[in-house]
Design a protein around this ligand. Structure first.
Ligand code: CAA
Length: 379
């Protein structure tokens, strides 16, 4: 088994790392404090081809593999998780779903500008009363022949304000259960579609997370993705890939916090020696490095399975549940190693600790991942 990265993957890591340090790091503390959307960083990611990394070049993408994508996400997530979640949602939840299941017209109209980063996409599944229990959607889309009439509310939608293309999951026939769910492409500006409240969050504070309201929105029939009733499967298949992205984000958060803690431990002295010379600190770093490596292997394996065309449902859930728990543990320890400095903003680790928490929640909580894993291993 060869664990080494190809020259192309190493180049992507270097490009993403340079971008994270040179473009994302300046101002990241202020953007987080004041919830400022990362406009310059989003433009930079678009210029690098990072917003449509896995999309075929004929649809405006970079045509890279999933491993390239997770490597890019990992580096950006060491620094700026508001930028990296936008990258993850645009790539995995929006571009991937459109490329895999959209019609040629939908790809030309929506995928091309999304992959180029000229437009941003959002994935709209969660509702005020249907988060983990995704089959119990309250949003409805009534079939009127040549169009649907969409009504309902979606919550906690990443890119809710900045997006202009929204993939909205809704019940068209509640009596049919999951087979009565569809996914519709909704454009910003369609009459009756309102971008609601922006959330004031614990972490990823410069990512714009909104409630979305749909009041009698007329959505043309040609905006439905796939066959009638395909919406729930679309959501599940898309989320399986999305979870690899969030796992990569969690890995990056953990690795970023570890790097900061290791550097700090080598320059801070206490009791007449650098604190890394104290076993209490050295063992913490040893555990952090070991767990990060284990998380990286799970994330890369899930990406490799996807690239090989094999089933990755369980692997992506394993990667997400493990990497997000490592992110949480590692960032807490990174703050601890920094002592009082870790508790203030300028040392970056407190922000990474706040950012880590959401990786255990969005795109399926850790509990949902364990449902997917346990059903998979027991099947
Ligand atoms: N691929 C294809 N089909 C799948 C599938 C998959 N990965 N997973 C499930 N399905 C199918 C099942 O086969 C079943 O089909 P049939 O009825 O034909 O047999 C159907 O979907 C229903 O599946 P389940 O019976 O397993 O459904 P369930 O009610 O037990 O729920 C669940 C399963 C895993 C808990 C699911 O509801 C789930 O993943 N919930 C979490 C949702 C989630 O991740 N939300 C996050 C919101 S998005 C977000 O956070 C984005 C953002 O902005 C960052």
């Amino acid at each position: 088994m060869d664990f080494s990265l190809s020259e192309e993957h190493k180049m992507i890591r270097k490009a993403a790392s340079d971008f994270a340090q040179n473009v994302c790091k300046p101002g990241v503390i202020e953007r987080d404090s004041d919830q400022i959307w990362p406009a310059e960083q989003v433009k930079g990611m678009a210029d690098l081809g990072f917003l449509g990394m896995m999309v075929d070049p004929k649809y405006g993408g970079a045509g890279l593999d999933t491993l390239s994508y997770v490597i890019g996400l990992e580096e950006i997530s060491k620094v700026d998780n508001s930028a990296s979640v936008l990258m993850s949602v645009n790539n995995s939840l929006v571009c991937w779903g459109l490329e895999a299941f959209g019609s040629e017209e939908q790809k030309q109209k929506y995928l091309v500008p999304l992959a180029k980063g000229e437009k941003i996409g959002a994935f709209c599944l969660s509702e005020p009363e249907a988060g983990s229990d995704a089959t119990h959607q309250r949003t409805t889309a009534v079939d009127m022949g040549d169009h649907y009439v969409l009504n309902g509310t979606k919550n906690w939608i990443t890119n809710g304000g900045c997006a202009s293309v929204y993939l909205v999951i809704a019940h068209t026939d509640p009596a049919k259960g999951t087979k009565g769910i569809n996914v519709l492409i909704v454009e910003k500006g369609m009459p009756g579609f309102v971008v609601g409240k922006k959330e004031d969050k614990l972490g990823i504070r410069s990512s714009d997370t909104h409630t979305l309201l749909f009041n009698d929105v007329k959505v043309p029939k040609e905006n439905r993705i796939g066959e009638d009733g395909f919406g729930f499967k679309f959501a599940m298949k898309t989320l399986a890939g999305g979870r690899i992205g969030i796992a990569a984000q969690a890995l990056g958060i953990a690795a970023g916090a570890y790097e900061l803690a290791a550097a700090y431990a080598q320059q801070r002295s206490a009791f007449n020696k650098e604190i890394i010379q104290h076993q209490a600190i050295a063992f913490k770093l040893a555990d952090m490095a070991t767990e990060i490596e284990a998380a990286r292997l799970l994330v890369y394996k899930a990406a490799a399975l996807k690239d090989a065309g094999q089933n990755y449902d369980i692997a992506s859930s394993m990667a997400k549940v493990f990497a997000s728990e490592v992110a949480m543990k590692t960032t807490v320890e990174a703050v601890q190693i920094h002592g009082g400095y870790g508790y203030v903003k300028e040392y970056h680790v407190e922000r990474l600790m706040r950012d880590a928490k959401i990786t255990q929640i969005y795109e399926g909580t850790s509990e949902v991942q364990r449902i997917v894993i346990s059903r998979g291993i027991l099947a």
